[in-house]
Design a protein around this ligand. Structure first.
Ligand SMILES: Cc1cc2nc3c(=O)[nH]c(=O)nc-3n(C[C@H](O)[C@H](O)[C@H](O)COP(=O)(O)OP(=O)(O)OC[C@H]3O[C@@H](n4cnc5c(N)ncnc54)[C@H](O)[C@@H]3O)c2cc1C
Length: 424
């Protein structure tokens, strides 16, 4: 049996399927290795919202059947509910662009089916890669595959990454539970909904007609409480829209929940040119801004198109830096409980509510349109100033000052990291 290929791709998630397809379409032979057994549908609770750039990437790779599938909800943007009975704020994708929502398992199943039929791809399901080196990979069953390039698309616990860098240093951020509601509609069916509240926020969107996915973010400090259904019901009751309350409570009582941990790993390391990391293996952030799948698809397209590995790394670092910073800043803004951070939350929502340009700018950054640090820094400083003026206490106490300083530290670290990298 053939063991030598031009490219080995480890992992047939969204990024791995996209990479295998992209390399095969450019005439290379590809071994795609996936640990899930053949024919077993992917049941995992993971990404179910794709930005327009991701939709475009699917189409570019010839996965348009997935995009055109009848009844699959399209996404026009996000609706943010600030809580306290305030009216929602709508953030549309710029230039009328459209995203996509789906069941994660369905997306992966369809991508695997299409890629397995692609000329040049040999798809091996039910095989787990145990180790990787610059010449190839070894499976748990001892079989060896060799290639000029090994693409690690094996997710957050990547074996390929471990083979290069040892144990991953990714940081746990929060836990998230997914609840599926059948036979209900979203208030804005074409939008992703973000409900701000305490102890944290909820996301909700239709992933099929009249099927709503709710994602509840639970900060790690509640990790003992979150196992108790009564606590969870109480924690989300006031944040959920009334029409979803009863069906969501029923699902929680029945234990129909999927849990996932959310981690952060900065996208700084893409491998050594022979062993290359893409998708979540290269880095990952909180799913609030729904950038993971889009990043993986675009990684795959650029990697297959660029002959020079260093040009690929430079391009992906530049493109992912600002969306990653935005994701971290928004997550902190929506989840931190101190008084200054709550004032910042109000200031951000007010900026969006009152300023069309800021809405468009935020959505542009999410869609990867702004690569300069300054596209983030301007509105961020404006929101910070608004938060300072809008503090409920009115006078500057030590806690507010400490919180404001901690808020400045994050973008500063990114700006400095960018400066150091651009000099290298
Ligand atoms: C709760 C949650 C909600 C999310 N929501 C969104 C969202 O709305 N939008 C969005 O864009 N992103 C979202 N994300 C992130 C998104 O799911 C990931 O970014 C995306 O799945 C990463 O794709 P990937 O192909 O890089 O990795 P994965 O999807 O993790 O796929 C990796 C594949 O590699 C296989 N594998 C792993 N190890 C081995 C091995 N040793 N040998 C062989 N095969 C192996 C795995 O079985 C898997 O199939 C969410 C994540 C979570 C946890």
């Amino acid at each position: 049996m053939k063991n030598r290929f031009d490219v080995i791709v480890v992992g047939a998630g969204p990024a791995g399927c996209a990479a295998a397809r992209a390399f095969a379409l450019s005439g290379q032979t590809v071994a795609l290795l996936e640990s899930d057994p053949a024919g077993q549908s992917k049941q995992r609770f993971a990404g179910e919202w794709l930005h327009p750039q991701g939709v475009e990437a699917l189409e570019q790779l010839g996965f348009e059947q997935i995009v055109e599938s009848i009844g699959r909800p399209r996404g026009r943007g996000f609706v943010v509910y600030p809580g306290h009975g305030e009216s929602p704020v709508k953030l549309d994708y710029v230039d009328g662009q459209i995203g996509l929502a789906f069941h994660h398992g369905e997306l992966v199943d369809e991508m695997r089916r299409i890629v397995a039929e692609t000329r040049g791809v040999s798809f091996f399901a039910g095989v787990r890669v145990k180790s990787a080196d610059d010449q190839g990979v070894t499976l748990e069953n001892g079989r060896r595959f060799e290639a000029a390039r090994i693409v690690g698309a094996d997710g957050r616990a990547s074996v390929v990454r471990r083979s290069l860098r040892g144990a991953s240093a990714h940081k746990a951020i929060s836990a998230m539970t997914g609840i599926l509601l059948e036979g209900v509609k979203a208030p804005y069916p074409d939008y992703g909904h973000v409900f701000l509240g305490q102890p944290s926020f909820l996301l909700g969107y239709e992933i099929a007609p009249s099927t709503v996915r709710i994602c509840v973010d639970v900060p790690l400090k509640y990790k003992a409480e979150m196992k108790d259904p009564a606590w969870l019901i109480e924690a989300i009751r006031d944040t959920l829209p009334p029409v979803w309350r009863q069906p969501a409570e029923e699902q929680i009582r029945k234990g129909q929940l999927s849990w996932q941990a959310n981690h952060f790993l900065a996208r700084a390391d893409y491998g050594n040119g022979r062993r290359i990391l893409i998708g979540d293996a290269a880095g990952h952030t909180h799913p609030l801004t729904a950038t993971g799948i889009t990043n993986g698809l675009v990684d795959a397209i650029e990697l297959s198109a660029m002959a020079d590995f260093r040009a690929f790394v430079k391009s992906r670092r530049r493109a992912c830096r600002v969306p990653e910073l935005l994701s971290r800043a928004l997550y902190d803004c929506f989840s931190k409980e101190d008084a200054f951070s709550q004032s910042l939350r109000r200031a951000v929502v007010s900026l969006w509510r009152n300023n069309e340009r800021e809405r468009a700018r935020t959505m542009g950054l999410l869609m990867g349109n702004g690569q300069s640090f300054f596209t983030f820094a301007g509105p961020f400083l404006r929101a910070l100033w608004g938060a300072w003026k809008g503090r409920t206490s009115g006078r500057a106490d030590a806690a507010d000052l400490a919180s404001a300083v901690s808020w400045i530290r994050l973008p500063l670290a990114y700006a400095l990291a960018g400066l150091v990298k651009s000099r290298n």
